[in-house]
Design a protein around this ligand. Structure first.
Ligand SMILES: *Cc1c(COP(=O)(O)O)cnc(C)c1O
Length: 227
């Protein structure tokens, strides 16, 4: 684990420097879905400071046992509104908010526990029907609506491109997300930050960094293949 993690940190640093960015501007989210809690503990001991989980029930079980770990928890999976209450209690950042309806429910649950929930808006950048995320052309309006919710703070955008593990094919989608980020940013919407760009996984994080990723979500390269 330690060796794999060092290798990934090194590759992140090199990819950042190769395009004139500071390595500290790219944060590693170690994606621990399906991995047993012992491996999460090991990862944190090896230096991971952010864990990414996809499934609500699995994350609740892990968090109940690991809540004392000095680590940030990020939710990166598809989220249904009726599960928002659990996610708001656990996670520091929700990457996968894809509708105003979901944001409203998160806001309601966050208000109950007096929290400002930080979120990213997930964009369906490849415009495939099978993918979650806001439509590109609705993104500005959706973010404008979300910005009125008092207990939600938008911090940037996230995407899941098609063609996993084919860096040259996904690069245009990463570029498109960055351009959309710049467009939203130029709107200067109150209470909205467009600092974060969550994109890039094991097979393509280097090109994502080249296109401006601030959060890379890496599972397999750290924890090994999932069953
Ligand atoms: C599983 C997953 C990842 C990590 O994928 P790897 O290829 O194992 O690095 C990243 N983001 C999301 C949303 C995922 O579901």
């Amino acid at each position: 684990m330690q060796k794999r993690l060092e290798k990934i940190q090194q590759r992140i640093g090199q990819a950042a420097e190769a395009c004139g960015r500071h390595p500290d501007d790219v944060r590693l989210v170690a994606v621990s879905k399906t991995m047993p809690k012992e491996m999460l503990t090991q990862a944190v001991e090896a230096g991971v400071d952010t864990l990414g989980e996809n499934y609500v029930q699995e994350a609740r079980e892990k968090f109940n046992q690991l809540y004392t770990l000095p680590v940030a928890w990020h939710f990166i999976g598809h989220l249904q509104s009726n599960k928002a209450k659990y996610v708001v209690k656990i996670f520091d950042l929700i990457h996968s908010v894809d509708s105003l309806k979901l944001a409203r429910e998160i806001n309601k649950q966050a208000k109950k526990i007096d929290k400002i929930q930080e979120i990213l808006v997930q964009v369906n950048i490849s415009q495939e029907d099978s993918k979650s995320g806001t439509h590109v052309e609705n993104t500005v309006d959706t973010i404008r609506d979300i910005s009125n919710l008092e207990n939600v703070a938008v911090k940037g955008l996230m995407t899941m491109p098609p063609f996993f593990n084919a860096p040259e094919k996904v690069q245009p989608f990463f570029k498109a997300l960055r351009e959309l980020r710049d467009k939203v940013d130029a709107e200067n919407i109150p209470n909205v930050s467009m600092h974060e760009l969550s994109m890039g996984m094991t097979g393509d994080f280097e090109v994502a960094i080249q296109e401006g990723a601030t959060l890379v979500r890496i599972g397999t390269a750290i924890f090994g293949e999932r069953n």
